[in-house]
Design a protein around this ligand. Structure first.
Ligand code: AMP
Length: 300
């Protein structure tokens, strides 16, 4: 199968109680594509400015990410997001969102992207998500993610896209905000009533809940003693989840459950270092070792 991901490729400025980093590479598309690359060969759609490091594009390629759909805009400035974390890694404040080259990015997809089996509309402008969705001819599965910024600034466009996808990923607070519902299960059901047949509710260090039409599956987050930078955990979860499904070639309930476990395991690595750095040393063997440990943790 093939997986196409549209999302932000960004510079992130991160502040945690233990340290800060200014303008390191991040972005929903970057985290997701790198996470998925441990299972399949994802194709990415995004735009960066001339200021974006060429080394990072080379790194994406070295991980078999197809970058044909990654435009480098001459003279442009890369998307920039700044966020601050409290002592509780689940509490994050957005300090700045500068769309820059993403402001007017409406790409024409390369021919071999149009036949994607799985399309992931990672967190980005819902109008851009829709433009991409319109160009993919016959996807077997469409998933989307979002963030409070888009819920606040473009709710109509977001709901339009929501009505056309099979899986909705979001964190618990975003799901409650979008549905104006305080109970998470009721909120998830409201999302399903709007279109998706599966809602993946990410709960930060508490794991995730996967709500289907006739099942509910809970997955823990792998307990981690040293959370260095929680940024990108959600995108990496989605990347691992969809990368696994792309490799598995099917969407049975059993495969969905396994995908959620792989998503959780891969997310547990990325938070061990700032930005995407942990992906540089991570191997499939490391993932396998942690998966086995995780199995022991949740079996009884
Ligand atoms: P996560 O921690 O998984 O929720 O995702 C964090 C990533 O989302 C960061 O690397 C940011 O660059 C990216 N991001 C933050 N705000 C936005 C936004 N409004 N649109 C697209 N990407 C964003």
């Amino acid at each position: 199968m093939s997986l196409v991901i549209v999302g932000s490729v960004a510079f992130d400025s991160i502040e945690t109680p233990w340290g800060r980093r200014d303008k390191i590479v991040g972005g929903s598309g970057t985290y997701c594509a790198l996470a998925a690359s441990f299972f399949t060969r994802p194709k990415i759609v995004a735009v960066v400015g001339e200021d974006f490091p060429k080394e990072m594009i080379a790194f994406l390629r070295s991980r078999s990410v197809d970058t044909q759909g990654l435009e480098v805009r001459p003279g442009g400035k890369t998307f920039h997001w700044a966020g601050r974390y409290d002592y509780d890694p689940n509490v994050r404040q957005t300090v700045k969102t500068e769309l820059n080259v993403f402001q007017d990015f409406r790409p024409i997809l390369p021919a071999d992207y149009r036949s994607a089996d799985i399309l992931f509309l990672a967190n980005i402008d819902p109008d851009l998500q829709e433009t991409i969705l319109d160009q993919v001819t016959k996807p077997r599965l469409v998933a989307m993610d979002t963030i409070n910024y888009w819920i606040e600034t473009k709710p109509e466009a977001l709901l339009r896209v929501l009505g056309r996808v099979d899986i909705f990923f979001a964190n618990d607070q975003e799901i409650k905000m979008l549905t104006r519902e305080v109970n998470l299960i009721r909120a998830g059901k409201k999302i399903m009533a709007a279109g998706p047949s599966l809602v993946v509710m990410k709960k930060g260090e508490h794991g995730a809940l996967v709500l289907g039409r006739d099942f509910l599956f809970g997955v823990l987050a792998n307990p981690c003693e040293d959370v260095v930078d929680p940024t990108g955990a959600g995108d990496s979860f989605a990347g691992g989840f969809l990368g696994f499904l792309d490799r598995a070639g099917g969407f049975s309930q059993r495969q969905i459950r396994k995908a959620a476990v792989y998503g959780s395991v891969i997310a547990s690595f990325v938070i061990e270092d700032f930005g995407v750095d942990r992906f540089r040393s991570l191997t499939r063997r490391d993932i396998g070792v942690r998966l086995r440990r995780f199995k022991k943790l949740v079996s009884f």
